[in-house]
Design a protein around this ligand. Structure first.
Ligand SMILES: Nc1nc2c(c(=O)[nH]1)N[C@H]1C(S)=C(S)[C@@H](COP(=O)(O)O)O[C@H]1N2
Ligand SMILES: [Mo]
Length: 308
């Protein structure tokens, strides 16, 4: 299990779990706690245990099966099982990405040219849907900040916009008007430059499956999942805040920021708790999805109730 390196979960967030796990290790060393011994021999846990932090059973990554069969990708249907059923023949090669707006050299690049030369990373992140379910996913890809540096935005660029492929022939969901297609998402440029923000090309060291947004999707772990646009064909740098799909569709429910915030409920349900896929009981949702140490300063002075 060399795939899972440094999980980006701040140690301050895992104190309870590491204490808990540390105590279990202590107990088993003392000859107590057979269950702890059994758990420690599982390769997955040994692996997460090796990586500093994330020494918790509760934070072990979801399975490949869970991650690839319970999806939101409305282009392939609105049911959680629809994307895995309907995206099988989706063509992700050849793939090009248009670079537009406030950038030194606008134009179109092949997938390979876009990523060429950028260091690849493996990051195990919490993944929290606005619908109050969550997973832990070992993503592979590049840091968005490295890609942005390569694309050389101009001094006018304040935001970045990501557009998903528009192709109703391949994407049956786009033949109905559940959303205004294509799917568009965006970030403030400083959020995009944050070292947690990723352009994902893989999961568990394999190419990202079509249902998870092949060949290239955005992942911003402290925000609700809908910010992470899938199957990106256009990246545009703008001076003004871009119009984003869910925010345009239902502004009272989906803010532009969409930071995970247990104290600001969705108008129709609580955001205080979440169901981790594969677990029986709900668990508390953490401020900024547990990444507050790393990202709260991005929002200093902002009213997070107004800027939800
Ligand atoms: N193009 C596109 N991107 C999308 C969506 C979508 O419907 N279309 N759904 C979003 C939502 S609501 C979530 S929770 C995540 C789900 O990602 P996953 O299926 O890989 O877990 O993708 C986001 N990206
Ligand atoms: Mo979501």
């Amino acid at each position: 299990m060399h795939l899972i390196h440094k999980p980006d979960i701040p140690s301050s967030e895992i104190t309870d779990e590491s204490l808990f796990f540390g105590r279990r290790k202590f107990l088993s060393a003392m000859g107590f706690g057979g269950a702890a011994m059994a758990v420690a021999s599982s390769p997955l846990l040994a692996c997460t245990n090796d990586a500093a932090g994330q020494a918790s059973q509760d934070e072990k990554p979801n399975t490949w099966e869970e991650i690839t069969t319970y999806n939101n990708f409305y282009e392939f249907g609105t049911g959680k099982g629809d994307p895995s059923k309907n995206a099988g023949n989706f063509r992700t090669r050849p793939w090009t990405v248009e670079i537009a707006g406030e950038v030194k050299k606008p134009g179109t690049m092949s997938f390979d040219d876009l990523l060429r030369g950028l260091p690849t990373v493996e990051r195990t992140y919490r993944h929290r849907c606005v619908e109050a379910w969550s997973m832990v996913v070992p993503w592979n890809g590049v840091l968005l900040k490295d890609l942005i540096a390569k694309l050389e935005p101009t001094g006018n660029a304040k935001f970045i916009e990501f557009t998903t492929l528009l192709d109703p022939a391949q994407m049956p969901g786009q033949r109905s008007r559940v959303l205004d297609w294509p799917y568009v998402e965006g970030l403030r440029l400083d959020e995009a430059m944050h070292p947690l923000s990723m352009m994902v090309t893989g999961i568990y060291g394999k190419p990202v499956p079509n249902q998870n947004g092949a060949p290239l999707r955005l992942v911003v772990p402290w925000k609700y999942g809908f910010k992470g646009g899938k199957s990106i064909v256009k990246i545009r740098f703008t001076e003004r805040q871009p119009a984003t799909t869910w925010n345009m569709a239902i502004p009272s429910e989906y803010g532009f920021y969409a930071n995970v915030n247990p104290t600001v409920d969705h108008p129709r349900w609580s955001q205080g708790r979440e169901r981790r896929i594969g677990k029986l009981f709900q668990q508390p949702t953490l401020m900024f999805n547990g990444y507050a140490d790393q990202v709260a300063s991005l929002y200093a002075g902002m009213d997070l109730r107004r800027n939800y």
